[in-house]
Design a protein around this ligand. Structure first.
Ligand code: COA
Length: 415
């Protein structure tokens, strides 16, 4: 079967998480991704959070599947000459260096265009143009600057970051879409272009419902689906809403049987208006169907805390999977809180290729995520991440270097 991005060659100048997520996704769609790493060192994540001494970390392997790796000193004149050739032979360069680093290496937009006017140059940066444009940025900085942290957590606690890497992996996803769109536009213009995904912008894009709420708050002074309503005061900025749903359907995380010892014995329960009578029957409160304090969504907003407390009395009598089975039979939306252990062991996620087992020459077998985007005409086989410089010789040969030249450059530590 062919792949969606067959024939697209990518010069992958990325490191850490945000950029590698993007290029891994493009590799899963069939692009030939050549990861350029610093000779001797490689991507810093190869050595970070190691669980096995001297073996590429899971941090690295899980972000760099289906790629080739070459080593190159991009500051050495001979290394720059290799990069020139790579630029001429690739369709896309993806980079997430600190602001200005690519220019300092001598690879300005103008220089790259001179070498290959069709090249798409895609960058992740922490911030777009503005006061922080020159700052180095990691995940949690982006979560804080993009509006996520101020709106996550409980009202009586500090701002909170989430476990989902919306700053890094989230920005990588945004950048991948920009690259594919730029390649599509190139079909008609014949030109490459610059693509920028700033981490602050990507996080904000994912937090847009909170910008919606900021404006609602400014207009009305109150948001009735927030836990602060009706008893507490709203300030002038969107408050943290705990586990409230954030949409038009009130929801909450409720304890299930075993919560005293199992930190994940909980379920997310949504009291969708259309199934309110079913909710009342299931929890043993049929009188609430017609009771005017509970009968309409507007009336219920005044009583969400006691309503969820009563539902929780019921959920605590069953384990989270029983609750899920019972509620699903009535189309009552709910979701068990799954631990990473449960997710790793879930057979259906293995069958769908969402979680895959990969074999690695020095690490052995490990689990990783597969391509979350499934396509009927472009399937994904996840292959292991490359060892440092594993493909240097073959890529150098493809660029026209002979065996002796390659040998000499290795001696000089250029590659
Ligand atoms: N050959 C020679 N030099 C190389 C090289 C290579 N193959 N690869 C990288 N370098 C150099 C860079 O040119 C840079 O040199 P300079 O400072 O003289 O210009 C140097 O290595 C360090 O690169 P930098 O990107 O500054 O790495 P860092 O470890 O100091 O910072 C980040 C890491 C992630 C904070 C920074 O890259 C950044 O802010 N990136 C953009 C935002 C981002 O993607 N953040 C999320 C990461 S998950």
């Amino acid at each position: 079967m062919s792949k969606a991005l067959d024939g697209v060659r990518i010069l992958d100048f990325t490191h850490v998480q945000s950029g590698p997520t993007c290029t891994q996704l493009l590799a899963w769609f069939g692009a030939d991704v050549i990861k350029v790493e610093r000779a001797g060192e490689g991507d810093a994540t190869r050595g970070q959070l190691r669980d096995i001494p001297d073996v590429d970390s899971l941090y690295f392997t899980m972000l760099n599947h289906n790629k080739r790796s070459i080593t190159l000193d991009a500051k050495n004149p001979k290394g720059k000459a290799v990069l020139d050739k790579l630029i001429k032979n690739c369709d896309v360069m993806v980079e997430n260096f600190a602001p200005g680093a690519l220019d300092r290496m001598g690879f300005t937009w103008e220089r790259i265009q001179e070498l290959n006017p069709r090249m798409v140059v895609a960058s992740v940066k922490g911030f777009g143009p503005g006061p922080y444009v020159d700052c180095k940025v990691y995940e949690n900085v982006a979560q804080c600057a993009g509006g996520s942290a101020s709106t996550t957590g409980f009202d009586d606690g500090p701002p909170m970051v989430t476990g989902a890497q919306i700053g890094d992996s989230g920005t990588g996803l945004h950048l991948a879409l920009g690259i594919v769109a730029a390649l599509y536009q190139r079909n008609t213009t014949g030109r490459g272009q610059k693509v920028l995904a700033a981490m602050q912008d990507s996080v904000l894009n994912l937090c847009r419902v909170k910008l919606r709420d900021q404006q609602r708050l400014e207009r009305t002074g109150v948001m009735k689906e927030y836990p602060q309503y009706p008893d507490q005061h709203f300030g002038d900025a969107v408050p943290r809403a705990g586990n409230a749903s954030g949409g038009g359907q009130p929801g909450s995380i409720l304890k299930c049987k075993g919560w005293e010892t199992d930190p994940n014995a909980y379920i997310y329960f949504i009291t969708q208006g259309a199934v309110w009578p079913a909710v009342c029957k299931v929890i043993g409160e049929p009188g609430w169907i017609t009771d005017e304090a509970y009968a309409t969504p507007a009336a219920r907003l005044l009583h969400l805390k006691p309503i969820f407390a009563r539902i929780e009395q019921w959920t605590m009598t069953k384990d989270k999977f029983e609750v899920m089975d019972i509620l699903n039979a009535y189309d009552i939306p709910c979701g068990p809180i799954l631990s990473m252990k449960e997710i790793a062991e879930e057979p259906s996620l293995r069958e769908s290729g969402t979680i895959v087992e990969v074999d690695h020459p020095t690490r052995g077998k490990y689990l990783t995520v597969g391509n979350p985007i499934k396509m009927s005409d472009s399937s994904t086989e996840v292959t292991r991440s490359p060892l440092l410089g594993e493909h240097t010789d073959e890529v150098m040969a493809f660029l026209g270097y002979g065996a002796e030249e390659i040998h000499a450059m290795r001696d000089e530590k250029v590659i």
